[in-house]
Design a protein around this ligand. Structure first.
Ligand SMILES: *Cc1c(COP(=O)(O)O)cnc(C)c1O
Length: 382
């Protein structure tokens, strides 16, 4: 019988029989394991080969919760993204990619890949009619994100798998912001779903990890590539991710609710200008997000009215921590113009819609009344 996500988060991948009866998955600290007659290098049990009991349990859990045939856990989100792209593209490959991407991914594509003879064309995911012009003979994959940072836009991602099928491309999506609770890309036909497990999947801002989930044959290709590149997750971090995953539903549901309430409050405050959150009916991608996603996620951004200082607001907030990253239980605030997007020339940044006063909030699981109360006192103090 098919079980619900909440149940699978707890029970999928748990060893049967339980190891010495342990209710919680033990940590296997052994780097190497006694040989058992394996024929292939990739089948020897060794931490770098991503096949210790801690890796195996996690792979099964991750595959199950996103409804994939297989999964692979990696040493960081960037290890998942770089390994998957290198596995799919090969030498001389060409990639179609969303024009607004996580900064680390954008830099990988524009700075590192050209040195390996890999070319990239950026496309507007909101304009599917423009995609086919960008396809070349050597195009191998199309790479998108379920929600963008920090404007939380949702492109026509549901049209990507069909387009890829027609042009014989591998469809890849970074599903970090949506999480399997809000969106399961493989059920919409994507070949590979990637995560920075550092964020919501782990949820406690205490490890860096990544995941690749999807078709068995593609995940295996990524596994062998990762075995050679060496970006394996340590069993201690596997244990923390395994533990964090069990509460993903509880945390994410609260984060969906908190962000929706905070976005509504901010939109109604006289000191606030634009609020970017796909859960608000006035967000340009609201209808698409409502159709595709179960919830609208925990990230929002907003601008203050022109004469007010974003830095003063950050200083007046007591609860949120001023820090990069997202997906933990605590609320974080950042100014993208001075952090994630500070490397982009100001004119270009403004054109992308990222003004100097834009504030990004990664909402945590605090009580919504306390969060809203804190934003209210801080806004009223300006
Ligand atoms: C954080 C993040 C990454 C990179 O993940 P790391 O775990 O920091 O390597 C990739 N994509 C998105 C959308 C992210 O938020």
């Amino acid at each position: 019988m098919k079980r619900n996500l909440d149940t699978e988060l707890i029970h999928a991948g748990e060893p049967r029989p339980r190891i010495r009866g342990a209710v919680s998955m033990p940590i296997f600290c052994s780097a190497n394991f006694e040989a058992g007659g394996e024929e292939s290098y990739h089948d020897l049990t060794y931490i770098r080969l991503n096949n210790t009991p801690n890796h195996q349990a996690l792979h099964q859990k991750l595959a199950t919760i996103e409804n994939g045939e297989a999964a692979l856990v990696t040493a960081s989100g960037m290890a998942a993204i770089s390994t998957a792209l290198l596995s799919v593209l090969g030498n001389g490959g060409h990639l179609l990619a969303q024009n607004c991407l996580y900064g680390g991914t954008h830099t990988l594509l524009t700075h590192d890949f050209p040195e390996y003879g890999i070319e990239v064309t950026f496309v507007d995911v909101h304009r599917p009619e423009s995609w086919s012009d960008a396809v070349r003979e050597n195009t191998r994959a199309f790479y998108v994100e379920s929600m963008t940072n920090p404007l939380v836009q949702v492109g026509a991602i549901d049209e990507v798998p069909g387009f890829c099928g027609k042009h014989n491309l591998v469809s890849m999506i970074d599903n970090t912001f949506a999480t399997p609770l809000n969106f399961r890309p493989l059920e919409h036909g994507f070949d590979l779903s990637l995560h920075s497990a550092t964020k919501y999947l782990n949820g406690h801002s205490d490890i860096v990890a990544g995941a690749v989930i999807g078709k068995k044959q593609l995940v295996e290709k990524c596994l062998h590539r990762l075995n050679h590149l060496g970006g394996s997750l340590d069993p201690h971090a596997c244990f923390l991710l395994h533990r964090g995953l069990k509460t993903l539903s509880l945390r994410m549901e609260r984060q969906n609710q908190n962000a929706l309430r905070l976005a509504g409050f901010l939109a109604s405050h006289p000191s606030v200008g634009r609020v970017n959150y796909p859960g608000l009916p006035e967000h340009p991608d609201h209808q698409r997000a409502k159709t595709l996603f179960k919830g609208f996620g925990g990230v929002l951004s907003f601008e203050l009215k022109a004469e007010l200082s974003a830095q003063s607001l950050l200083s007046a907030l007591h609860l949120p921590v001023s820090a990069p990253s997202l997906g933990g239980v605590e609320t974080l605030v950042t100014r993208p113009s001075t952090s994630s997007h500070s490397g982009i020339p100001r004119d270009e940044r403004l054109q992308m819609g990222i003004s100097d006063s834009l504030i990004r909030v990664a909402v945590g699981i605090e009580h919504p009344d306390d969060l809203i109360g804190d934003f209210e006192q801080a806004l009223n103090s300006l």
